[in-house]
Design a protein around this ligand. Structure first.
Ligand SMILES: [Zn+2]
Length: 332
């Protein structure tokens, strides 16, 4: 499995590697690349050990949210621009990269205008190279001092393809660029693959992050456990159904843009919000300015925010504000 996996992930089957994220192919992988045994040949102990490498710990939903909130809503925008095509999708031709350019050039102004209209903050996870390529987005985001900048790789490289030493050094390189543009360190980490290598948690801990936002074990915030030990990191989980990329961008099995009706996405996202509201937990959306920033999609997001604001007790916050509140409440 190890050899096949690495061949696919190294692009010898480029179409498959494009359509299927490498972390999907690696879902049955395991820690020892030299171990070529099929999964059914493993012992129960070996399978349990593999499963428990990263797990969800305590539910960290607090008793209450600030501002008499019944639910915490946080919008995140991953400003991936060209790097997501170059680094993750391995498509560096002009047309693919122009989609990324669209995110900075057309998408971001629409996103910022919508947030301003509703007077709500957001969290922006930005690869370091997006900052270098489009430095004008930084002052746009800083206009609202509540907005948060989160860490999101160097050039949207796939960490599942990096050795531990490479992953560490590329994140340190990215951090220098991040600090140069933002003026301070981030507290939030989001993996470019929405997945963690054997080393990611250790590196993220070393770098001093407060929270992680790439896992999917719950709809509620939770303590992130690694190899049976509480890492001290707060997990703010994500979900593919709450992400504009698979809903609008990828059309299986073609690599072209999905022509999804915005009403379908509105229906999913509204019902998910209603559930989060009833449960009193969190509602986190992941969006990309190059995807959500198209006109009919921004109009849908406008309607969704308007709907959420029509309910009493909706606390719009950044991921950092939620993580800090959750952490303080869990220590009481
Ligand atoms: Zn991304």
């Amino acid at each position: 499995m190890g050899k096949t996996r690495s061949l696919i992930c190294r692009g010898l089957i480029p179409l498959l590697a494009w359509v299927i994220p490498c972390h999907f192919i690696m879902a049955h992988g395991h820690g020892d690349p030299a171990d070529e045994r099929a999964i059914w040949e493993w012992s129960p102990e070996e399978i349990k050990k593999e499963v428990t490498r990263v797990r969800a710990g305590r539910d960290l939903t607090p008793e209450s949210w600030p501002d008499d909130g019944r639910v915490a809503v946080s919008l995140s925008f991953d400003v991936d621009t060209e790097p997501v095509w170059m680094g993750f999708q391995e498509q560096s031709s002009p047309s693919y990269m122009s989609r990324g350019e669209y995110g900075a050039r057309a998408g971001m102004p629409r996103v910022m205008a919508l947030l301003k209209k509703h007077d709500i903050p957001a969290t922006f996870f930005i690869p370091a190279m997006s900052m270098e390529l489009h430095p004008q987005i930084i002052p746009m985001i800083k206009k609202n001092p509540r907005n948060e900048f989160g860490f999101h790789s160097y050039v949207h490289e796939n960490p599942m393809r990096l050795l531990p030493s490479q992953e560490r050094s590329v994140y340190l390189k990215a951090m220098k660029i991040f600090e140069k543009h933002v003026g301070k360190k981030p507290v939030g980490f989001r993996s470019a693959a929405w997945d963690l290598t054997e080393s990611t948690i250790e590196i993220v801990k070393e770098m001093g992050f407060l929270y992680e936002s790439s896992m999917m074990a719950d709809d509620r915030p939770y303590a992130l456990i690694s190899k049976g030990v509480d890492t001290g990191l707060i997990e703010l989980p994500v979900e593919w159904i709450l992400d504009d990329w698979p809903l609008f961008q990828i059309s299986w099995p073609s690599s072209h843009v999905a022509l999804r009706n915005a009403e379908d996405v509105y229906s999913i996202w509204k019902d998910e919000f209603d559930g989060a509201y009833d449960e009193g937990t969190i509602y986190i959306l992941t969006m990309h300015p190059q995807v959500i920033g198209h006109r009919y999609r921004i109009a849908m997001l406008d309607r969704l925010i308007t709907y959420m604001k029509s309910k009493p007790g909706v606390w719009f916050a950044t991921h950092e504000e939620i993580a800090r509140h959750v952490k303080a409440a869990s220590e009481k």
